[in-house]
Design a protein around this ligand. Structure first.
Ligand SMILES: Cc1ncc(COP(=O)(O)O)c(C=O)c1O
Length: 393
């Protein structure tokens, strides 16, 4: 697929991405040949079970994980809930540590756990949205029993120092879950070398279908987890509900096209998409009305985050700007809109210490495999036209 829509530039990959080449065809093939219930004992069911397990094997291999370490879920949101509630369910309550810049899926799951007696503590971040590593010993001290850390922040793009936190958690035998939903869309880390215990990802951010995500979990923690959905006992008893071989095959086909990457080199993954991102950033950064937000170096390779001001240096509404950009053919997101679409201060910009007036002025540009270097000029031109429109309407 060259472009999701002609004469428009879709720059919202962090919200969802169009299907990668061949994914639709692969799903159509599995739908035609292996549409039955994978739990059924007849030949049709066996064909579906084979397609499901083939997809599981293919995805697990891409991560250098074992097939038994991969649980299919309906989304990253469900995966996060399974990870946190599943692990918390069998333990005595204690401190659950999350960063102050988690996706609402993690923040929401943590809030539920706080009603069950868990003491939820947020790891503060600096002005770049990076967790404060100087607090690591204090925050990992007892009674911390569970840690969840977003790897690549979806709103401002900052990559967290996951490996440092992971080593520290290992040394203290504290299970660590990472929400790698945005990171995995750009680079597949090697699970066997990654010192984390649970990892969440979602197919639709990677150019796969919506409706399927995954949780990677180490066997020793898997055995200690409480299932969240009870019923037919699918997914090794951890996640009941008839699995979709069609969606799993689509996810496998998409994940196969994401490059493998060393976990310490995530900022350089994305099949070179950072070149286009950097070129756009360079052109826009000369405009005094735009300020680059998030970590300038350690960031998701396809992600650009900006704060927008008028000529008097007053913040302008990101939602208004997003609508203007839409009118000139650019699809981007406002940082604070998140999934609900409500206008409110961005929790992420708030955690980063931005003055209140600027907390609704953040926009996110996120790129993907359907764009090329030739798109630079038209994107920059339209962006500038959209900015003038926003300032004068
Ligand atoms: C970091 C992160 N985690 C979780 C999610 C939720 O993903 P899903 O739509 O698969 O539930 C998103 C989606 O925006 C995300 O960016």
């Amino acid at each position: 697929m060259a472009r999701p829509e002609t004469n428009r530039f879709y720059l919202d990959a962090c919200a969802t991405a169009p299907l990668r080449p061949g994914v639709f065809e692969r799903m159509a093939e599995v739908q035609a040949q292996a549409w039955a219930n994978p739990s059924s004992l007849h030949q049709d069911g066996i064909a579906a079970a084979e397609a499901l397990e083939r997809a599981r094997f293919q995805i697990a291999s891409r991560f250098t994980a074992l097939p038994d370490e991969l649980v299919f879920t309906s989304s990253a949101t469900e995966s996060v809930h399974l990870a946190l509630h599943g692990l918390a369910g069998r333990q005595a309550t204690g401190r659950l540590l999350i960063s102050a810049v988690e996706h609402p899926a993690v923040a929401g799951a943590a809030q539920q756990l706080s009603h069950q007696g868990w003491d939820v503590q947020e790891w503060p971040v600096d002005h770049l949205g990076r967790i404060r590593l100087d607090l690591i010993d204090e925050l990992l001290a007892p009674p911390t029993r569970l840690v969840s850390l977003i790897w690549g922040q979806s709103e401002v793009g900052t990559l967290q120092p996951l490996l440092e936190v992971a080593e520290a958690c290992r040394a203290r035998a504290i299970p660590l879950h990472t929400d790698a939903t945005q990171v995995v869309s750009q680079g597949i880390p090697s699970w066997c070398d990654l010192p984390v215990d649970l990892l969440t990802a979602s197919a639709h951010k990677c150019g796969g279908p919506r409706g399927i995500g995954l949780l990677l979990v180490r066997p020793e923690w898997r055995a200690a987890m409480t299932p969240q959905l009870l019923g037919g006992g699918q997914e090794g008893g951890l996640r009941s509900g008839t699995p979709s071989a069609v969606l799993a095959a689509g996810m496998a086909s998409a994940i196969d096209q994401v490059e493998r990457v060393d976990p310490s080199a995530m900022a350089h993954s994305g099949n070179g998409i950072a070149h286009l991102r950097d070129a756009i950033r360079e052109r826009l950064a000369t405009d005094p009305r735009l300020e680059i937000c998030g970590d300038p170096h350690d960031r998701l390779p396809h992600h650009l985050s900006l704060l927008v001001r008028d000529d008097q240096h007053q913040p302008i509404s990101a939602r208004h700007f997003v609508r203007c950009l839409d009118r000139v053919g650019l699809a981007v997101s406002s940082g604070s809109a998140c999934s609900s679409g409500k206008d409110s201060d961005s929790a992420v910009l708030t955690a980063m210490g931005l003055p209140q007036a600027f907390r609704r002025s953040g926009i996110r540009i996120s790129l993907g495999h359907w764009l090329s270097a030739d798109d630079l000029e038209p994107i920059v031109e339209r962006f500038q036209a959209g900015l003038e429109m926003a300032l004068h309407s």
